[in-house]
Design a protein around this ligand. Structure first.
Ligand code: AMP
Length: 279
């Protein structure tokens, strides 16, 4: 496994590999890796010749300075995990390497960026657009792998590809969960043991919601999910929205779409957790 900190050196190596006919798969991450991230690398290994992962905690996508400051950083363990899973190249740039000057690029993602995470985290998706477009420039991947855990982010990246006329194929991979159902997240390590135990209620409620679809209207289900979670003293729902899976617009009746997705954000103390499920 080769490590690069410099985007020009990385781009040169990628160029040579492409000249030899190799296909490039890319897995962007913010580190503090877990099996969810590794599943993306495994998927890339299967679908492409060379897997490139990046580890970069992108400041422009954090709207909350405390969340950025407390974001877990575990570089040595991350590199060991990537090596073990058969990753070929890791890109670990500094902030100045990625942002030599302030980036004023603004993306108009339209209505997919104004709901849910877009509403509650102003500027977040523009920051995601900035870093992913820069990383795509450095890595020039044929395919890039993203987790369905960040459901809205996948839609944003697909929109980014269209807006920038990029030919990167975006592959979305299933959510990897802990044994009790909690969606794996780098932020889970910030939960104390009581918070961690109680957080399992988030996915448990989503799984239960799927079974209740026949007996509840959309509005009733939204209320039921929020009430069920908020009855737990450790958990506080920020939003639960039921949207169609392409435009990500809230639906008001089940027959508004064949593919409804329930998307939730829950605050557990200072830690903000997200999850989603097809209903
Ligand atoms: P992050 O390091 O949180 O920016 O995540 C990097 C990539 O890993 C994103 O595409 C995430 O959607 C994906 N990811 C994070 N957690 C999971 C999970 N539990 N299952 C699948 N993919 C995940």
């Amino acid at each position: 496994m080769v490590i690069f900190e410099d985007k020009a050196a990385l781009a040169e190596t990628i160029d040579q590999l492409k000249k030899k006919g190799k296909t490039i798969g890319f897995v962007p991450t913010m580190g503090a890796l877990h099996q969810g991230h590794l599943s993306l690398a495994e998927c890339s290994n299967k679908e492409t010749d060379i897997t490139v992962a990046s580890i970069f905690v992108n400041p422009t996508q954090f709207n909350n300075p405390n969340d950025l400051k407390k974001y877990p950083r575990t570089l040595d363990a991350d590199l060991q995990m990537l090596e073990k899973v058969g990753c070929d190249i890791v890109f670990i740039p500094s902030v100045t390497e990625m942002y030599p000057e302030e980036d004023n690029r603004e993306f108009d993602f339209g209505s997919i960026a104004t709901v849910m995470e877009g509403e509650f985290r102003p500027g977040h998706f523009n920051g995601v657009g900035q870093i992913v477009s820069k990383l795509f420039d450095a890595v020039s991947p044929d395919k890039a792998f993203f987790g369905q855990k960040d459901f809205q982010q996948v839609a944003i990246i697909k929109a980014l590809v269209r807006l920038t006329n990029s030919d990167v194929e975006i592959v979305s991979c299933p959510i990897v969960r802990e044994a009790d159902g909690l969606a794996m997240s780098s932020r889970n390590v910030r939960l104390n043991s009581e918070q961690r135990k109680n957080s399992a209620l988030i996915s448990k409620t989503l799984f239960e919601a799927v079974k209740l679809k026949k007996s509840y209207t959309v509005e009733q289900m939204k209320k039921w999910v929020i009430n069920t979670i908020d009855q737990n003293p450790f958990l506080e729902t920020e939003y639960f929205e039921i949207v169609d899976d392409t435009q990500l617009q809230p639906i008001s009746a089940w027959n508004d779409t064949e593919k409804a997705v329930g998307c939730i954000t829950v605050n557990v103390g200072e830690v903000r957790l997200i999850d989603n499920i097809y209903i």
